[in-house]
Structures are given as C-alpha cells and as structure tokens.
Design a protein. Structure first.
Length: 341
C-alpha cells in the first residue's frame, strides 16, 4: 500500500507526473466513495522494518541515557540528543523511515531538554523563588524549541513543527508564571490559550494545502494533535469535570461542548478534538447513568452510546460535513474540500 508521502516522493523524483498522481488519487477516492482529503493521511509506517528499527533505536537510546546519567546527570540527555541526530542522518535523511524518524526527533528534542534539566539538577539549586524557577523552565523551553527548529531545517520531519510548538507553549506559560507567580497553581487558562494558538497555526498549514497532497498537510496533522489535548484538557479542567461529583447540568455542558467540538472537527476535517475530549464525555455520561440508577451497567451503557455515536459520525462524515461547511458560507470555501455527491 502506498501513502501520500510515497506519491509525493515519486512526483518529486520525476517517476510520476503531477497529473498521473492526481489521477491515481481520484481513482482511489472513487473506489472508496470519499475524497482523498477525508482520509486524513499521515505516514507512520513504511513497513514492518520500521517497528524493528524503532525497537532497536529505543533500546540503544535508553541505554545511552542510563549509562550517561550514571556518569553525570546531563550526559544522559546529551548522549541521547547526539546519538539521535547522528542516527537521523541515516534513518531519516537517507532511508526516509517514518516511525524511526518520529522517534529520533522526539529523542533529540527530549534529549536537549533533559540535558538542561540535568545541568539544573547537578547545580542543585535550593529554595529558588518561584519566578526564578519559572525562568529556568522558560529557558529550557526556548532551547528545546530552537532544537526542534534546527532539526526541521535539516530533516523536515512533519512532527518537528508540532514538537517546537509544544515547546513554545511551555516557554510562554513559564514566562507568564515568572511575571505573575500567583498563576503557578492555575495554568489551565494559559494552556488553553496556547492550544488555541497551536490550532490557528495548524489551520494555516492546512489551508495552504487544502487537498492534502504535500508535507504541509502532515505538519498540520501533528499540530492538530498537539492543539487538541491542550484545548480539551484545559477547558474541561477549568470546568471541574473530574471534581468530586458531576451534576446533570455539568454533564449537559460537557456533552454540549463535545457536540461543538464535533462541529469544529467536521468543518476542518480533523478528528483530533473528538479523540482528545473523549475521556471527559465518557466520564460525564457514566456519571449520568449512575445517577439514573443504572449502577451495574452504567459503563456498558456509556460505551454503547458513545461507540454508536462515533460509528454513526464516521459513516455519515461526508454528508454531515456538507451540511456544516455549507452553513459557513464563504469561510467554508476556504476549508478542505468536501464530496458534493
């Protein structure tokens, strides 16, 4: 089975023309009775060898972190970051292996951050003011974002932009806490704003490739994957969904928000928001069924209702998209295309 990335690579290499690649996409879309854009492709595996190599990489990187950390705490992260970059020169730049490239990117950025954390641990600062601690975390965040940018410039792995965005959100949140230490116990408004910012960035990448034929669409996918939990988790935590009790009005608000997330997901043709907020709507429905007296079967009823709803949404995704996008007027014309039949 060939992915969108494989087709794009064939076009770039001159093996296929743009017209031939578009004709193949249209043929597959007709066979599946859905436009290619609806498939929300992203490349995770190029073959079972990806899994084999990823297991080997994980063992190697963990061992390097262990050995380096035993010598000097910062050496663990530094060894992982250096090895991840070196290995990416082969597995990413030359072999173009999907899962190992993702693993190596995360190891590189995480290794850079771990190195700085290790330096802080070695210095063993005691009783630092909250503002100083926040500034340290902000510094780690900005350096991690810079590491992600350098990795993107060299290897252009789509998930890299999302990793950099997450680091920037952490940096901004830390800087705000440094300026206003009282916010350290209530960071959810900051992460919510950060999630909205990442979502806007994801839409910019998405709208630059409405047909989702290029690497920009893959970048948007990972940005949506970062934005969704930041938005959903922050919003529901602000509402206190996982508090001691969930009242029927609170459960109704949760379900209404999930429906709103569904409308946004249909409009932008991305499902990350629905997945990220699933735990909250499951919990709210479970609490409602318990309060209604179905104590023994509350979990089963919850799974049945949500499972049925999600399957129905999947089957009728395109007709529902047509309705939602049609109601948006001119804005809908700038969104990813929807099947018109």
């Amino acid at each position: 089975m060939y992915s969108e990335s494989d087709l794009n690579g064939a076009v770039e290499a001159g093996v296929l023309s743009h017209d031939a690649a578009d004709a193949l996409r249209a043929h597959i879309a007709r066979q599946r009775a859905t436009p290619v854009v609806d498939e929300e492709h992203f490349r995770l595996l190029t073959g079972f060898n990806d899994i084999f190599v990823s297991v080997a990489l994980a063992l190697l990187l963990v061992s390097l972190a262990w050995i380096g950390g035993a010598i000097l705490t910062p050496l663990g992260g530094l060894g992982v970051a250096g090895a991840a970059w070196f290995l990416a020169e082969y597995f990413t730049a030359r072999r173009r292996m999907a899962l190992p490239s993702i693993l190596l990117l995360l190891a590189f950025v995480g290794g850079v951050a771990a190195t700085l954390v290790g330096v802080v641990v070695e210095l063993d600062p005691q009783n630092l003011p909250d503002r100083t601690t926040a500034m340290i975390f902000a510094g780690i965040g900005i350096v991690s974002a810079g590491a992600a940018w350098a990795h993107w410039r060299r290897f252009m792995v789509p998930i890299t932009v999302a990793a950099g965005a997450a680091a920037l959100v952490a940096t901004v949140a830390a800087l705000v806490v440094a300026a206003f230490p009282a916010l350290k116990d209530d960071v959810y408004p900051l992460t919510l704003l950060g999630g909205i910012g990442v979502f806007v960035a994801a839409m910019r990448w998405d709208l630059s490739d409405r047909d989702r034929h290029t690497r920009r669409s893959d970048v948007a996918f990972w940005l949506h994957l970062v934005a969704a939990p930041l938005i959903a988790h922050s919003l529901f935590q602000l509402l206190g969904v996982f508090g001691p009790t969930v009242t029927p009005p609170m459960a109704a608000v949760v379900i209404a928000l999930y429906v709103a997330f569904g409308i946004v997901a249909l409009a932008v043709d991305r499902r990350a928001l629905l997945v990220s907020s699933l735990a909250y709507v499951l919990y709210a429905l479970y609490a409602l069924f318990e309060k209604a007296g179905a104590v023994e079967l509350s979990a089963a009823f919850t799974a049945f209702v949500i499972g049925s709803a999600l399957l129905t949404l999947s089957v009728f995704w395109q007709p529902m998209r047509r309705t939602v996008v049609g109601l948006l007027g001119g804005i809908g014309e700038r969104l990813p295309p929807v099947a018109m039949a």
